[in-house]
Design a binder for this molecule. Structure first.
Ligand code: ADP
Length: 247
């Protein structure tokens, strides 16, 4: 894509370490928390490196606007939004074309996991608020949104977990940060349902050979599987804490 700069910035040093000190196949540190908002039906929070994202779910509830209601299944409505203070230069709070596109992409990557047919004419409303962005917000947004849906008690076939792989300084790397995303050669975000072994999102930005593309998808999937474990732990942690509080 035109934004992919070919600048000769050093993204990988002589020791093979990345700009933030990570190995090529290393995820950013991840923190996940479930059920943090009392007024939403479901909620979750993720920190992935410097990214900080909150997801809230309302529903299933009556669809608004009503004419959007579907006769045979629930409508999943998703709004991905970046806070004005989430990036260095103030971002306009009005939805940008990128946010409209990402809202659609995230919705489509989650829909296969939800039993939408259980709630005809209803709406499940999902809000993803990026509080701080540092690359890979669509993937972290999907990971945290799936947790918020599960926290809302919405029946799901599987969790959805997402992670990107890409190419920086000629090397394939896992979980790109902002500078790798902007200055690197390629970015391949993947969303995955681990139990069903099904990919629900596969995009590519930049240039890769067919062989590199296949390797990048596999690297992204290894990241997804690691994050999936953290998702399950975060869900469990909420119920362990609830149990302890009632004992
Ligand atoms: P993703 O966040 O899924 O990687 P993009 O590739 O479109 O999506 O964006 C990459 C990164 O660019 C974002 O994570 C964020 O750090 C940065 N970014 C996006 N929009 C803006 C903006 N309006 N101003 C500054 N940085 C931005």
């Amino acid at each position: 894509m035109p934004g992919k700069s070919q600048e000769k910035e050093k993204l990988i040093d002589k020791e093979g370490k990345r700009v933030d000190g990570r190995q090529l196949d290393e995820l950013r540190p991840i923190k996940l928390e479930v059920g943090i908002l009392s007024s939403a039906d479901g909620s979750a929070y993720i920190e992935q490196g410097k990214c900080k994202i909150l997801a809230a779910v309302y529903g299933p509830r009556e669809a608004h606007p009503k004419h959007l209601a579907l006769p045979d299944r629930a409508l999943l409505q998703c709004r991905y939004h970046m806070a004005p203070f989430s990036v260095e230069e103030r971002k306009s709070p009005a939805p940008s074309r990128r946010e409209v596109e990402l809202s659609k992409v995230i919705r489509e990557s989650l829909e296969p996991a939800v039993f939408l047919e259980y709630y005809p004419r209803a709406s499940i409303d999902l809000f993803i608020e990026v509080l701080q962005a540092d690359g890979g917000t669509r993937c972290a947004g999907i990971t945290v949104a799936a947790l918020a849906l599960a926290d809302a008690g919405i029946p799901m076939k599987d969790l959805v977990v997402a992670c990107a792989a890409g190419k920086a300084d000629g090397k394939l790397v896992l979980d790109l940060c902002d500078s790798e995303d902007k200055l690197g050669e390629a970015d391949v975000p993947v969303a995955f349902m681990p139990t069903l072994d099904a990919i629900t999102l596969l995009q590519m930005d930049g240039n890769l050979t067919l062989e590199e593309f296949e390797q990048a998808v596999n690297i992204a999937l290894t990241g997804c599987k690691q994050i999936y474990k953290l998702q399950k732990e975060a869900l469990k942690a909420k119920y362990v804490a609830l149990k302890e509080a009632t004992e």
